[in-house]
Design a protein around this ligand. Structure first.
Ligand SMILES: [Zn+2]
Length: 552
């Protein structure tokens, strides 16, 4: 009897409406610390008026959340749905507060594609605290709550009232502050990606439910007519060997080859190569850039495409070359689906691998064995190898470089960058570029050793750049139209052996003279086909940056 009494006393049932309202207020206020912090720093939001506006904005967000929750305010769905929103808001808050990022659809795609190692790099006490305070604490309160029982008819009426109430308050408040609201949204376009957890909900819906113009249907073949052109004249008889290095998170401005004040490219500087200074990436994340880099379409057409096409590597393979993808990262994002590939990131090669991660140089320990397995008749025509680097992958830059390459100190050794001095973050990042310099020069050393049997060349280009605290923004993945140049400007370096210059008739000296020409990932497909003398209708000579240097 006594037990029953206590139980009843402890679990005083609450109405779903009350729970929805409390959750909405908590999510709007506590779940949006990053938004309030941003607003606080804006020159337009000051004094008492600014405070009133902020309250109105909180009310708009809370009523929008109420409207969403009213759809789920049923006995068995309310608590799980609130819990999901709390977790989304907590994770998003952490990344927004620590790295100044925004939550949009590509960012959510990135999260889904993150592998265990990348996730482990980002784990920190600050993240655990954020999830604990913003999500777990309210969940601990929420789950034991008993809900007032109602017939489905009663519940439907309550939910409808809640929904209508939410919509009315949302539009009413928006009307009241419409002038300020609309000018704010116009002036600070990235703010709309900062409304937690509506931004995450929208991005997830955008990916799953909202009908998109995402490409559909079967994969379209490309370059069915691809052939290797017979080169004429007194040429090297050894087949071409191109190593295409796909960099990770390397930004152009931190390469001393491109004018950076620190010597981050001491080894490459000794080689006869061309480094292009004005190269734009196709996207601001690996998931967005990689498929676009290997596509024949170029950035705009790629984003607007209604069908999926085969890529550069399919065309090279179809022309008759041996093609191989070596991955030292989380995968090729489907780019190597139809060509031979190996992954080196989890190998246990002494000197190259430690703590479950391999340095990019590990790829050179595997390349000969992997190439030997490729068909001899293809290798006799020529070979293209893609090496996908771990490069400068953040935020744990310090984990990417062995001690011998830590040229700039002290380094930031905390995975949540906001705990470090900006200079320490830049130091750790620059060391990753120094290591990439070492890796690329080792690739060139290896290529030179192949000169007895092949005619070697290297092409290096990064997938996207990185923000290192400029305007308080860190990492990458901003929507392209809002992204700062730090995230979109990437290094592009070509090294051609003298024999390759002879074979392709492209001179490095001429390329060096063109180094400040504006280029982009759009040029990659056509330039590689041009360099490898592949003739096909898919090739566009005006997008081949080697073409103007041919025969000069
Ligand atoms: Zn990337």
């Amino acid at each position: 009897m006594r037990l029953m009494f206590t139980e009843v006393h402890l679990r005083k049932p609450r109405s779903t409406t009350l729970i929805v309202l409390l959750a909405s207020v908590w999510l709007a206020v506590a779940g949006n610390l990053a938004l309030w912090q941003t607003l606080h720093q804006l020159p337009d939001i000051v004094g008492f008026e600014g405070f009133v506006f902020s309250v109105a904005l909180a009310l708009i967000i809370a009523s929008a959340i109420t409207t969403v929750l009213s759809l789920f305010a049923w006995r068995w769905t309310l608590k799980p749905v609130i819990s999901i929103l709390l977790l989304l808001a907590a994770f998003a808050s952490y990344y927004m507060l620590m790295y100044g990022i925004v939550v949009d659809t590509p960012m959510v795609i990135n999260v889904f594609q993150t592998d265990v190692r990348e996730a482990r790099d980002q784990l920190s006490w600050q993240l655990l605290f954020c999830v604990f305070a913003l999500a777990l604490l309210p969940m601990v309160w929420l789950w034991p709550q008993a809900l007032i029982r109602a017939t489905w008819r009663q519940q439907l009426l309550r939910n409808l009232a809640l929904c209508v109430g939410g919509v009315v308050v949302m539009f009413g408040t928006t009307q009241l502050v419409f002038q300020d609201f609309s000018s704010l949204m116009r002036n600070y376009t990235d703010l709309r990606y900062k409304f937690n957890p509506l931004n995450s909900v929208y991005a997830v819906l955008d990916l799953t439910v909202i009908p998109s113009e995402a490409p559909s249907g079967p994969l379209q073949p490309l370059g069915l007519d691809a052939q290797i052109t017979a080169r004429t004249g007194a040429l090297p008889q050894r087949p071409p060997l191109l190593v295409m290095v796909v960099g990770e998170t390397a930004r152009s401005q931190n390469f001393s080859l491109n004018g950076y004040a620190r010597t981050t490219n001491p080894l490459l500087a000794k080689e006869n190569l061309a480094s292009f200074t004005q190269v734009s990436a196709c996207g601001t994340s690996t998931a967005a850039s990689l498929p676009c880099m290997f596509s024949h379409l170029g950035r705009e057409a790629f984003n607007a495409r209604t069908q999926n096409f085969e890529n550069l590597l399919d065309v090279l393979q179809r022309a008759g070359y041996a093609v191989l993808w070596i991955d030292n990262q989380s995968g090729c994002k489907d780019q190597c689906a139809r060509i031979p590939s190996i992954n080196t990131s989890a190998l246990k090669v002494p000197e190259h691998c430690e703590n479950g991660e391999c340095r990019d140089t590990v790829m050179l320990t595997q390349i000969e064995e992997a190439l030997a397995k490729q068909p001899a008749e293809r290798r006799a025509r020529g070979t293209v190898v893609v090496m996908h680097q771990m490069g400068s992958h953040g935020p744990a830059y310090f984990k990417r470089t062995p001690d011998a390459f830590k040229k700039f100190t002290p380094e930031c050794t905390d995975t949540s960058l906001s705990q470090c001095d900006r200079q320490q973050i830049v130091n750790a990042y620059d060391n990753t570029i120094v290591f990439t310099d070492h890796f690329l020069s080792q690739v060139i050393v290896w290529l030179k050793r192949q000169e007895k049997t092949a005619t070697p060349a290297m092409l290096y280009v990064s997938d996207h750049g990185e923000s290192l605290g400029e305007k308080n923004i860190y990492l990458h993945g901003m929507p392209y139209s809002l992204a700062p140049p730090e995230q979109t400007q990437v290094p592009l370096i070509t090294w051609l052996s003298p024999e390759f210059e002879q074979l392709s008739r492209v001179s490095t000296r001429c390329l060096q003279n063109q180094r400040d020409k504006p280029l982009s990932h759009d040029h990659l497909f056509h330039s590689v086909l041009g360099l490898m003398a592949v003739k096909t209708t898919a090739y566009q000579r005006e997008l081949d940056f080697f073409a103007p240097c041919e025969g000069r």
